[in-house]
Each structure stands twice: as structure tokens, then as C-alpha cells.
Design a protein around this ligand. Structure first.
Ligand SMILES: O=C1C[C@@](O)(C(=O)O)C[C@@H](O)[C@@H]1O
Length: 257
């Protein structure tokens, strides 16, 4: 199957096409840190920028979040911005917002026009439908994600998660696992490969930690459209600096065609 059939174009960036994308997270605790980090990260020219807003101390101050998102937009230029509030239950920072408040903030940020994609967790279940409708209205792409920070479920569970994300209308399905053995890494890669053949949307998958490094470097050969790499600060265990990821990707791209 030609994987470019399911590619999506976000600003000028194709996700899920023939080239893997690199996404660099920004995890600053206040506006100054976020913008400083973003400026440094953008110098390394990632394909995507992720703002992990759960690290932002003033996340309960909508005005400040929106102002910071606008600042990010100016710095990022045409680099697409992914807005993520990772829940504590899936490895994010503790935040003073409940689920409904998270949803309201996501809606405000989508309506602001400052961001291009938003991450929403599969575990929110039926509420995803509302977020899907709202993001569609705003022209924001929806990433539906599931993170297993304590281990790796069976391949069938990972496949079911990605299918479910697609059923909820996700533009991209994302799963992350924490491998405890090389076999777990193979489970993640195998699930990715099978989902790539079965699903009609781009996928983002990774195994975290040192054992999972191979998935951050070679996951795209199995169907993962995006790899998260460190521009300035890491947002999850096992992320590799952008320059190193780029070197390996270019070697693999040269020899694996
Ligand atoms: O979902 C992901 C993937 C990630 O957890 C990783 O392991 O690279 C990093 C997060 O910032 C991002 O939201």
C-alpha cells in the first residue's frame, strides 16, 4: 500500500507521507520559558512543534495560555503546532483543571487559530465526539492518543486503541508504550505495521525509555509518521536529540528504499 494515500497536509508539512516527521516538544513552566525554548527549538527546524501545556504553571489562566500560544505562533511561523495537555494518568504533569475545564481550554485554544493540531486522549471516550466536531469547525487536526507509561499491553490492545481512535474520527492515532523487554518493543512495532495496513489515517507510535530508542529512529519504516525528538528539553523518557535522529533517519532513508 502507498502510505502517502493517507497523508495529511498541515500548513506545508505532510504527515504520513513518504518522509518521517520530527516533532520537538516545548515544556516551559511560564511564557518566557516557553517562548525562549520554542525559539531555540525552531532554530533546529523540526517539522512540528508540540506545546506540552500541562507543564505550564498558569494553565488555569486562559488569557495567559492564549497569549503564550499566540507568541508561539509568531515564533513557529509555518511550523505546525500541536497543543497537548497530557493527563497525569497518562504520564503528564498534575494540573489544577478538571476534565470539563481541560475541554473548555482546548476549545478556546482551537478557536484562537494559534495552533494546528490538538492531542486528546482516547480515555476520554464519548467526549471525543464533541472535541471532534469542535476541531472540525475550527480547522484543527485531531490526534487521539493512548499512553501506557507502566508497560506494554498485547498487540491486539494496541490495535484496538488505534482502530477506536479512527472510529472516533481522529486525523491521527497515537500510541506510546513503556517496554520492559525487547519483545515489548516488537509488539509495538508489529502493532504499528498491522495498523498501517488496516487503517486509513496516519499513525504515531513509540516505545519509550532506552529499550524503545529503536522505535524513535526506525519506527517510520513500520508506519509511524512522526517521531518526538529533543530540541531543547525532553518531554518523555528515551527521546533523542533532533540532530542525532536526523542523522539516523537520513541514513535509513538512503539505504532502506
Ligand atoms: O505523546 C507524546 C509522545 C511522548 O510521550 C514520547 O514518548 O515521545 C512525548 C509527548 O510529549 C507526546 O505528547
Amino acid at each position: 500500500m502507498n502510505i502517502s494515500l493517507k497523508a495529511i497536509k498541515v500548513r506545508n508539512t505532510w504527515i504520513g507521507g513518504n518522509e518521517p516527521c520530527i516533532c520537538a516538544p516545548v515544556v516551559g513552566a511560564d511564557a518566557e520559558q516557553v517562548l525562549r525554548e520554542a525559539a531555540e527549538v525552531c532554530r533546529k527546524q523540526p517539522d512540528l512543534l508540540e506545546w506540552r501545556a500541562d507543564f505550564f504553571r498558569a494553565i488555569d489562566d486562559q488569557e495567559r495560555v492564549l497569549a503564550t500560544a499566540n507568541g508561539l505562533r509568531n515564533i513557529a511561523g509555518e511550523i505546525p503546532i500541536l497543543f497537548t495537555i497530557r493527563s497525569e494518568r497518562e504520564g503528564g504533569q498534575p494540573i489544577p483543571l478538571n476534565e470539563a475545564e481541560v475541554r473548555r481550554l482546548i476549545e478556546a485554544i482551537c478557536r484562537s487559530g494559534a495552533i494546528d493540531l490538538v492531542d486528546y486522549e482516547l480515555a476520554y471516550g464519548e467526549r471525543i465526539a464533541d472535541v471532534r466536531r469542535m476541531t472540525e469547525e475550527c480547522g484543527v487536526w485531531l490526534v487521539v492518543s493512548r499512553h501506557y507509561f507502566d508497560g506494554t499491553p498485547r498487540k491486539e490492545t494496541l490495535l484496538a486503541d488505534m482502530r477506536q481512535a479512527e472510529r472516533y474520527g481522529a486525523d491521527i492515532a497515537k500510541v506510546a508504550v513503556m517496554p520492559k523487554s525487547p519483545e515489548d518493543v516488537l509488539v509495538l512495532l508489529q502493532a504499528t505495521e498491522e495498523a498501517r495496513r488496516e487503517l486509513a489515517i496516519p499513525l504515531i507510535t513509540m516505545a519509550m525509555g532506552g529499550l524503545g530508542a529503536i522505535t524513535r529512529l526506525a519506527g517510520w519504516l513500520f508506519g509511524s509518521a512522526v517521531t518526538f525528538a529533543v530540541g531543547n528539553q525532553s518531554s518523555a523518557p528515551g527521546q533523542i536529540p533532533i540532530d542525532d535522529v536526523r542523522t539516523v533517519l537520513s541514513i535509513l532513508q538512503t539505504y532502506s528504499r
